[in-house]
Design a protein around this ligand. Structure first.
Ligand code: B12
Ligand code: SF4
Length: 457
């Protein structure tokens, strides 16, 4: 049997977020697809590198976001040295920055991974390797010996309904908050966002597929809450109506609640009603800034802070909790903009379940990356750990942060970071937040996950 191991490295400061979600969905999704398409293989999905080494894979398949790319290289070197494996890398980082490809890996997979992985495993299984072979596989990047080569893009899967439901149960005993993706992609193009670069257009899983996936999660894990992790779940109201009425019909909203990301400019009274009836207990908005002008510059389209305010109020009135995410450190941001963001959070504190406050980071593939590159602050051979989001400001690493805003001295910005940190703690560590967290994230599964979670560095 040809052995394939799947692994997503996580940096240690991510403990706070990773333990809530645990399952590496991309790896489980890829493993399920590969196992359904290729015979004569044995697979492993693990979050523990010792398991991978004990398994001694022929092929080590790794996924990385930008900040974990150096860790991915280091771990791949170790697995190759100890097991003699071949190694490939996929995910957002290599997709948006293929020029940073490291020849530690035989291949990098850009964009959608399912069919490219099948081609690669079939090639390797037949004992073939080398640039001449790699050049025939769409959607890869490799080192030809004379430089890094990208092959033509892999066509995206037209019908996501042809994908099997990820086999979570095979790899995970308990999950804190299970999540699923009911679509791939986002039609908006926010200035700082790399997520929308992953897929370009939006494709939806068929309603049946979404309901079946939720059913399988409920059967296998009996969760308190399921998170629909689409970039924007509420894009198409008709489709959300269909999904939620099916969930109600199938009895999947009585003992389980839901959370999703939305965009404030998409929420209206009818939407609130639909979400309420189907037991959505928490909706998250990316607000980014309390300053109308800056938020508009960052998000474009029909977005406005006033609409967020209205959305928060409508959801709050319906007793649906709201989470909001903000970004500090946008180029051009002024003290007055930061004051407006602070005031926005403070004024809504009683209506917000929690907030995310992230420092602005120039991810590859975004207009912001181009801006930072133009100023010589980032490059394809940079220290990628500098794109770590440093724990929602809580562990903000001033020394390592790439400060982008020429309109404000660094020292002023850092004072504001401290101010926002205090507000973040006040809201997120409140009794109200603890209460909902208890209802949403079963504490015993968190503990179980933390016990099994190991930092692999
Ligand atoms: C869900 C999610 C999470 C969950 C992950 C839960 C889990 N363990 O699976 C949680 C909340 C824990 C999380 C954490 C973080 N995330 Co996150 N996350 C996402 C999100 C919304 C969806 C990812 C997903 O599961 N997609 C579904 C799968 C099927 O798709 P996929 O991951 O893209 O994988 C496909 C291809 O990329 C490819 N592929 C991927 N890996 C591999 C590997 C191989 C070998 C192959 C062949 C193919 C392949 O094949 C897959 C199927 O086609 C994305 C945004 C987005 N829409 O992509 C952000 C995103 C990936 N996260 C991001 C970030 C920054 C983080 C964090 C650092 C903290 C944070 N700010 O959220 C940590 C880092 C975690 C880590 N891995 O180190 C950024 C990455 C930006 C960048 N360039 O680095 C994104 C793009 C969002 C954003 N802010 O722009 N995240
Ligand atoms: S930030 Fe959200 S709305 Fe904007 S492009 Fe990215 S995923 Fe879409």
């Amino acid at each position: 049997l040809y052995k394939v191991a799947f692994y997503t490295p996580k940096r240690v400061e991510l403990d706070y977020i990773v333990h809530k979600f645990g399952v590496d969905l991309e790896m489980i999704a890829l493993e399920t697809y590969l196992s359904s398409k290729v015979e004569g293989i044995e697979t492993l999905v693990s979050d523990t590198i010792e398991d991978v080494i004990a398994f001694s894979p022929d092929l080590f398949a790794i996924s990385a976001v930008s900040a974990s790319y150096p860790l991915a290289i280091e771990i791949a070197k170790r697995v190759k040295a100890e097991c003699g494996s071949l190694a490939i890398i996929g995910g957002i980082h290599i997709t948006t920055c293929p020029e940073s490809f490291s020849s530690t890996f035989e291949l990098g997979v850009t964009g959608e991974g399912e069919n490219t992985l099948v081609d690669i495993v079939n090639l390797f299984k037949s004992g073939k390797t080398g640039p001449n072979e790699y050049a025939n596989i769409p959607g890869v990047v490799f080192d030809s010996g004379k430089g890094v080569i990208r092959t033509k893009p892999r066509p995206q899967i037209a019908d996501l309904g042809t994908l099997p439901i990820p086999n979570r149960k095979k790899w995970v005993e308990k999950i804190g908050v299970p999540f699923l993706m009911s679509s791939r992609g986002c039609p908006f193009k926010c200035y700082f966002c790399s997520a929308c670069k992953m897929w370009n257009s939006v494709r939806y899983y068929p309603v049946d597929h979404v309901v079946e996936e939720i059913k399988s999660i409920v059967t296998d894990f009996d969760p308190m809450c399921i998170r629909v992790f689409d970039d924007i779940f509420t894009l198409d109201k008709g489709r959300v109506k269909e999904i939620t009425s099916r969930l109600i019909q199938e009895g999947l909203t009585k003992d389980v609640s839901y959370m999703c990301w939305s965009r404030a400019d998409l929420i209206d009274d009818e939407y609130v009603d639909i979400l309420k009836k189907s037991n959505f207990v928490n909706i998250a908005f990316g607000v980014e800034s309390g300053s109308e002008e800056l938020a508009q510059k960052m998000k474009g389209g029909t977005f406005s802070v006033a609409k967020v305010q209205k959305g928060i109020e409508m959801l709050h009135a319906a007793d649906i909790t709201v989470s909001c995410a903000f970004i500090l450190g946008t180029p051009g941001e002024t003290v007055s903009d930061l004051d407006k963001t602070y005031a926005f959070i403070e004024n809504n504190a009683d209506k917000l379940l929690d907030i995310e406050v992230n420092p602005m980071l120039p991810y590859p593939g975004t207009p912001l990356w181009d801006y930072a590159k133009g100023r010589g602050l980032v490059s394809a051979d940079m220290d990628w750990t500098r794109l770590s989001d440093t724990g929602m400001l809580v562990n903000f690493d001033f020394d390592n942060y790439i400060y982008l805003n020429e309109a404000m001295p660094k020292e002023t910005f850092y004072k504001y970071v401290e101010k926002f940190k205090a507000l973040y703690k006040e809201i997120n560590f409140s009794a109200k937040a603890a209460e909902l967290n208890k209802k949403t994230f079963p504490p015993e599964t968190l503990l179980a996950k933390l016990k099994t979670y190991r930092q692999s560095a």
